[in-house]
Design a protein around this ligand. Structure first.
Ligand SMILES: C[S@@+](CC[C@H](N)C(=O)[O-])C[C@H]1O[C@@H](n2cnc3c(N)ncnc32)[C@H](O)[C@@H]1O
Length: 280
C-alpha cells in the first residue's frame, strides 16, 4: 500500500497490536445490534503500517493500529485518526483513500492534546460507544487528556504507558529532577504525589546535606501509575508488561473502562481474563 515504512518497536509492538485486533473484533461483535454508533479513536495513529525489529530476517512488516481498526469486522461506524507528524498523516490519507471503509475515517494532523478535546466534544456519548487507543512513543499524554476521556463514560481505553520514559524522568536523586522533568511527571500522573510515593529522605551523615532519593524500582513506578489510573477510571485491569529482549519492561499496556455501569465493568473483566491476561 505504501512505500514509506514507519520503523519502531519490536516483538512487544506485535503483542500489543495482537491484543488490540482481538479486542476490536470482540467489541464490535459484542455491540452489534445495539442502538449505538460505534467509534474508534486513535490519538497517536502512526501510518497504518509498521516495521518492527525481530523475526528471522531481523525486521518484519505488520499492520499498524489504524489499519487494524479499519479492517475490524463488523466495522466501526466512524474512525478518527490523530497524527501529528505530516509524513505519517499523508500515509493515513493514502490508507483512507485505498480502504473500502475509508469514507468512515476522519484524520487530523494536529497533536493529540490539541485535537482530542474537540474530537471528543463532537460525539453524543449517550448514543455512542467506542474504543480509544493511546499509543505514544513516550509521555505525550497528560492527566487532563485522561480526564476528558473518562468524562465520556462511553469509551474503553487502551493506554500504552512508557515505563522506561517514567523511569528516565524520575532520576534517582530527586534534586536532579529539573523543573521540566518534574512538570512532565506531574502532568502525566496528575499529581506531584510521586515525590513522596517514590522517594524518601536518606538519613544524612553529620556533614552532609539530606538527600531525597528514589529507593523504588520500576515495579513501584508501575504500581503508582496503576493506582493513579484507578483513582480516575471506574475500572483498570492489571497492566500487561511489555518487555524488550532484556532488562526491565519498556511499556505497560493498560485497559481501562470509562463507563461506570456494572455491566460494562463485568464485560471489561471478561476481556481481561480472555484477551489481555493471555499476553504473557
Ligand atoms: C508509537 S507510534 C503509533 C503507532 C501506531 N499506533 C501503530 O500501531 O502503527 C506514535 C505515533 O504518534 C505520533 N505522535 C507523536 N507525538 C504526537 C502527538 N503529540 N500527538 C499526536 N501524534 C503524535 C508519532 O508521529 C507516531 O506516528
Amino acid at each position: 500500500m505504501t512505500g514509506f515504512s514507519h520503523r519502531f518497536g519490536g516483538v512487544w509492538t506485535a503483542d500489543k497490536l495482537h491484543v488490540l485486533r482481538q479486542y476490536l473484533n470482540f467489541y464490535t461483535t459484542a455491540l452489534k445490534g445495539q442502538p449505538f454508533e460505534l467509534v474508534y479513536i486513535d490519538a497517536f495513529a502512526g501510518t497504518g503500517r509498521c516495521t518492527i525489529r525481530g523475526g528471522a530476517s531481523g525486521e518484519e512488516q505488520i499492520d499498524g493500529s489504524a489499519k487494524i481498526a479499519l479492517d475490524c469486522m463488523p466495522p466501526f461506524h466512524r474512525l478518527q485518526f490523530i497524527e501529528k507528524k505530516p509524513k505519517h498523516y499523508k500515509e493515513l490519507l493514502k490508507l483512507k483513500a485505498a480502504h473500502p471503509n475509508g469514507d468512515r475515517v476522519q484524520i487530523s494532523n494536529l497533536s493529540a492534546s490539541d485535537s482530542l478535546p474537540s474530537a471528543l466534544r463532537a460525539y453524543n456519548w449517550k448514543k455512542t460507544r467506542g474504543v480509544l487507543f493511546l499509543d505514544p512513543y513516550g509521555l505525550q499524554c497528560s492527566w487532563s487528556m485522561l480526564r476528558q476521556i473518562n468524562d465520556t463514560h462511553a469509551l474503553d481505553v487502551f493506554f500504552l504507558v512508557s515505563v522506561s520514559g517514567l523511569f528516565r524522568q524520575a532520576a534517582v536523586d530527586q534534586s536532579r529532577i529539573d523543573e521540566g522533568k518534574a512538570k512532565k511527571l506531574t502532568d502525566f500522573l496528575g499529581t506531584d504525589g510521586w515525590r513522596h510515593a517514590l522517594y524518601q529522605q536518606e538519613q544524612p551523615d553529620f556533614f552532609d546535606e539530606p538527600r531525597v532519593t528514589r529507593a523504588t524500582g520500576w515495579k513501584d513506578i508501575v504500581q503508582f501509575t496503576t493506582e493513579r489510573l484507578r483513582s480516575l477510571f471506574p475500572y483498570v485491569a492489571d497492566p500487561q508488561l511489555l518487555a524488550g529482549p532484556k532488562g526491565p519492561p519498556l511499556f505497560a499496556l493498560y485497559f481501562a473502562v470509562t463507563n461506570p455501569s456494572p455491566k460494562a465493568i463485568g464485560l471489561a473483566k471478561r476481556v481481561h481474563r480472555d484477551i489481555l491476561s493471555k499476553l504473557v
